[in-house]
Design a protein around this ligand. Structure first.
Ligand SMILES: Nc1ncnc2c1ncn2[C@@H]1O[C@H](COP(=O)(O)OP(=O)(O)OP(=O)(O)O)[C@@H](O)[C@H]1O
Ligand SMILES: [Mg+2]
Length: 241
């Protein structure tokens, strides 16, 4: 579904991605792991067209999508969810969800999709008239994912869905990510929470210095010493692995 080959990109004249390679199969959940500042979010931004690809290719569903405008990439079915940054705080939950469906042509589909989101996250239904600014951290994350689902994507890319959330909420959100995959979507999840991410995902990649240097089935990566080393930059504690 998504194939990234020799991806080179960065900001201004600073190169961050130094030839990253990865792929995400249809209807799989793939985890992208790595320490702070290693280029995880940069990969997602290149895939969603927010930053330019300098070299290499990004193929989605058989089409090269690198350097297409972001709204074209959304229309093709690839959506990025960035924690807290995708919603308008002064608008209600419902208004934010409607905005997420901006590419939809029919009102019926819009309403059906809102129902679908409420099915995943009943809490959002209870809070539908509340301003996004007043939501709790967990509810806000649910709204960000819900908003991403509104445009009927084929694949969603989630940037640290568990960040700063209580374990019970993380569990609830991860259960829903699994449900979303079972309903036919493909998921790429960037996570700091390595153990949880590998429990959720089928396959994992570890990025270091803008290059993917370890990959494998989640079950194998879970016990791989090099994952701990890469993730923690060698040494350090293993407390969160
Ligand atoms: N808009 C930007 N302008 C300049 N440099 C940037 C910009 N965004 C990110 N960077 C730099 O690119 C590098 C990779 O950042 P990126 O956000 O991809 O890291 P990350 O792996 O997602 O880290 P984290 O786990 O902390 O979110 C970092 O050194 C960061 O400072
Ligand atoms: Mg990041």
């Amino acid at each position: 579904m998504l194939k990234i080959k020799n991806l080179i990109s960065g900001y201004g004249s600073v190169q961050i991605l130094n030839g990253a390679n990865m792929k995400v199969d249809n209807q799989s959940i793939v985890a992208l792991l790595g320490g702070n500042g290693t280029g995880k979010s940069t990969i997602l931004k290149a895939c969603s067209g927010i930053i330019r690809t300098w070299k290499g290719s990004i193929n989605f569903n058989g089409e090269d999508i690198q350097n297409l405008p972001p709204h074209n990439i959304v229309e093709k079915g690839l959506v990025q969810v960035t924690q807290g940054k995708d919603v308008f705080p002064a608008m209600t939950v419902l208004e934010n969800l409607r905005l997420g469906g901006f590419t939809l042509k029919s009102k019926q589909t819009l309403n059906d999709n809102i129902e679908k989101v409420f099915n995943y996250f009943p809490r959002l239904n209870e809070r539908k008239s509340q301003l996004a600014a007043t939501l709790s951290g967990g509810e806000l994350q649910m709204l960000c994912i819900g908003r991403g689902l509104m445009s009927n994507p084929k694949m969603i890319m989630l940037d640290e869905p568990s960040a700063a959330l209580a374990p019970q909420i993380v569990l609830d959100i991860f259960k829903n990510i699994n449900k979303i995959r079972k309903d036919g979507l493909t998921v790429l999840v960037v996570e700091q929470n390595v153990r949880m991410a590998l429990l959720l995902a089928d396959y994992g990649y570890v990025i270091k210095d803008g290059v993917i240097n370890v990959e494998g089935e989640s079950k194998k990566l879970m016990y791989d010493e090099s994952v701990k080393d890469s993730y923690l930059g060698g040494g350090g504690t293993t407390a969160n692995v």
